[in-house]
Design a protein around this ligand. Structure first.
Ligand SMILES: Cc1cc2nc3c(=O)[nH]c(=O)nc-3n(C[C@H](O)[C@H](O)[C@H](O)COP(=O)(O)OP(=O)(O)OC[C@H]3O[C@@H](n4cnc5c(N)ncnc54)[C@H](O)[C@@H]3O)c2cc1C
Length: 611
């Protein structure tokens, strides 16, 4: 079967065997379409136009992959069923599938072979890397907090699971619901994609109150109009605000806490206690638990976030060795608002990315901030040369159009688990970065995200730093990777945050001055071929088992959106014991029993921790 991978800039990935959508993309289209329809404007006219000429085969594809076609909208009675509003929504939702199909057509998707639709009820959610999927029995898109309350009452009464997802991006499928008992389908899910408005902006306090279904990228864009921005963001902006808070997400900057700690106040709807407002003064104990609550302590409907004034950053990229970093590292942590290292395994090189905040009136010119000197053609010379060699002079016709990350995927795809091959690819990456040194100056929200490459398996852990423990951690980790012949792909990303006051944050600490380092290892999934993906996944699980063993003496703990429970019962118990030493799990369980006594909001990831 011919391999076909299409990466659209919108965040949509299509492969001949997998369809991976950024849910934020689909859900934000849905949301906009609803509003347009309400304003009596045509529904997604370009899609409708393309639909007329679209072959049936492509439509079946869209129908199969659209998770939104089987939505059941809650009614005033709490019963599922259709209503004029529900029917209207289903029309809009079906049009989203059509829009996706039209995008496929516009990009030549019909040339690919599509998976067959299994049945009318087969609606599948997949995460960003297509590593986890979910087949919920019911999927709800409430339009108001009252609907959220009614839904939770209904499921609380029935004692059935109802998980609230965000954009569904999490590498471990954290937002998805657990498996229904002994069935190959999942329990019910909801998303707050239609609760996505800014409620209030308090410019004097630099605070924004926002409904949690809003996509982070959209919030950042809107904040610009108020001269404000978020303190930090993750490398991608596709998450919902609820998703980045509940999983304890972070960017980089030793003086900036993870995003859950930027919450000043939040509104949650709980199954047992209904709607609650949480802050440092209102229900402070539940607030400390629920800021990073893993979706298990209530459906978060609104958060007030502490922002900062919109500002520019000067980002400097250089390639260094560990010996060059060591004498400067602790100073840089203080000096730079954002600092990130990208370690290239099996080379002596670390890509150092330093961001300094510029004063509003600070002069910017190319003398002070010399940009990257070389053209893309020069920067890509080494990886392109390697690609030409390995494809024996028969490259893909469009290879000169590929970005560096796509080229890296294509190189790795040739032999992703062979250590010697991976070393050659990593060496080519080093050459790319050596020619990419230089400055970028732009607004912070344009700078701090970055291209993390294609589909991937990742494991990121966080640990408290003292002295140069964070650098020792890396030095020893790279050695262990080599000793165990792990074909480690590049980069291993290292970042820092301030502590979080949220009890369940991987960066939680009583000491307000404690700094945490976050280190993520990666194996890409550069192929759609099932057998190859399985082999990479198996190797990654061995890599992760080694990493678990390695990190334990450092008091490290996994990112909640990346933790994967081992299939082995003894390993799971070990993980559970470690989590219980790190987090107040008993208090978390007490809080959960109070607000959700039947644990309807939890999925298997949370239940496993609480077992
Ligand atoms: C390519 C890539 C890069 C990434 N980079 C980073 C990074 O730099 N830093 C980082 O920290 N993370 C990063 N992540 C992880 C990502 O930020 C998290 O997985 C995030 O939680 C995803 O948000 P989401 O909206 O998709 O939430 P989901 O994955 O859908 O859900 C995450 C959690 O939030 C809960 N939740 C969502 N909305 C609500 C709500 N309204 N009420 C209650 N609970 C809710 C869910 O139940 C679940 O527990 C990255 C992921 C990918 C794929």
């Amino acid at each position: 079967m011919a391999d076909c991978v299409i990466h659209l800039n919108s965040g949509l990935w299509l492969t001949n065997r997998h369809v991976v959508r950024s849910f934020s993309w689909i859900l934000s289209i849905l949301s906009k379409m609803m509003r347009r329809a309400l304003a009596r404007r045509p529904l997604f006219p370009p899609a409708a136009a393309l639909l007329k000429t679209r072959p049936q085969r492509t439509f079946a594809f869209a129908a199969q992959v659209s998770p939104l076609q089987h939505v059941r909208i809650p009614q005033g009675t709490g019963q599922e069923g259709s209503s004029s509003r529900g029917a209207f929504q289903n029309v809009a939702l079906a049009a989203v599938g059509a829009a996706a199909a039209a995008v496929g057509l516009a990009t030549g998707l019909e040339d690919c072979t599509h998976a067959e639709k299994k049945s009318d009820q087969d609606h599948v959610f997949m995460n960003w890397s297509a590593t986890h999927e979910c087949h919920p029995r019911s999927f709800y898109v409430p339009e108001s907090v009252e609907e959220v309350e009614r839904l939770l009452q209904e499921y609380h009464g029935k004692r059935q699971k109802l998980r609230c997802m965000g954009a569904g991006v999490s590498p471990n499928g954290l937002g998805f619901s657990g498996k229904a008992v002994e069935k190959d389908e999942n329990e019910a899910m909801m998303t707050l994609a239609l609760l996505d408005k800014i409620v209030k902006v308090e410019k004097d306090k630099l605070q924004v109150t926002v409904e949690t279904g809003m996509i982070v990228g959209e919030l950042l864009d809107k904040l610009r109009t108020y001269g404000m921005t978020m303190q930090n963001v993750a490398s991608i902006r596709d998450q919902q605000v609820g998703g980045i808070c509940q999983a304890g997400c972070h960017g980089s900057g030793a003086g900036i806490p993870p995003i859950d700690d930027q919450i000043v106040e939040m509104e949650i709807v709980t199954p047992a206690k209904g709607k609650m407002t949480l802050s440092a003064t209102q229900n402070p104990e539940i607030f400390a638990m629920a800021k990073c609550g893993l979706g298990a302590l209530g459906v978060v409907t609104k958060v007030t976030l502490q922002c900062v004034p919109m500002h520019r950053l000067a980002e400097k990229t250089t390639v260094m060795t560990l010996d060059e970093i060591r004498p400067n590292h602790n100073r840089w942590l203080v000096e730079y608002q954002h600092l990130r290292y990208m370690w290239i395994p099996y080379t002596d090189s670390v890509v150092v990315v330093q961001c300094r905040r510029l004063e509003d009136d600070e002069r910017i010119d190319e003398k002070r901030f010399p940009p990257v000197k070389h053209s893309d053609a020069i920067r890509l010379e080494a990886p392109r040369k390697l690609y030409l060699e390995l494809t024996k002079g028969k490259p893909a016709p469009d290879y000169l159009d590929w970005s560096f990350t796509k080229l890296r995927d294509k190189l790795l795809e040739l032999n992703p688990l062979d250590k010697e091959h991976v070393i050659r690819v990593n060496e080519a990456e080093k050459q790319f970065w050596l020619l990419s040194e230089g400055y970028r100056v732009a607004y912070s929200d344009d700078i701090i995200g970055f291209d993390c490459g294609g589909q991937q398996l990742v494991e990121e852990v966080s640990f408290p730093c003292t002295g140069t423990l964070d650098l020792d951690f890396m030095e020893k980790l790279l050695k262990r990777i080599d000793d165990e012949d792990i074909p480690a792909h590049s980069p291993i990303e290292q970042r820092w945050t301030a502590r979080s006051a949220s009890a369940m944050s991987p960066a939680s600490a009583a000491n307000p001055h404690q700094i945490f380092s976050w280190v993520g290892v990666i194996l890409y999934l550069p192929t759609a071929e099932e057998k190859a993906r399985r082999a990479i996944t198996d190797r990654f699980m061995e890599f992760y088992a080694m990493y678990r063993d390695f990190m334990e003496p450092y008091g490290a703990t996994e990112h909640w959106a990346k933790i994967e429970w081992s299939p082995d019962a003894a390993d799971r118990q070990k993980m559970r014991d470690r989590l219980k030493r790190r987090f107040p799990v008993e208090k978390f369980k007490e809080a959960r029993d109070e607000v959700d006594p039947h644990h309807i909001l939890s999925n298997h990831i949370v239940d496993e921790m609480c077992a």
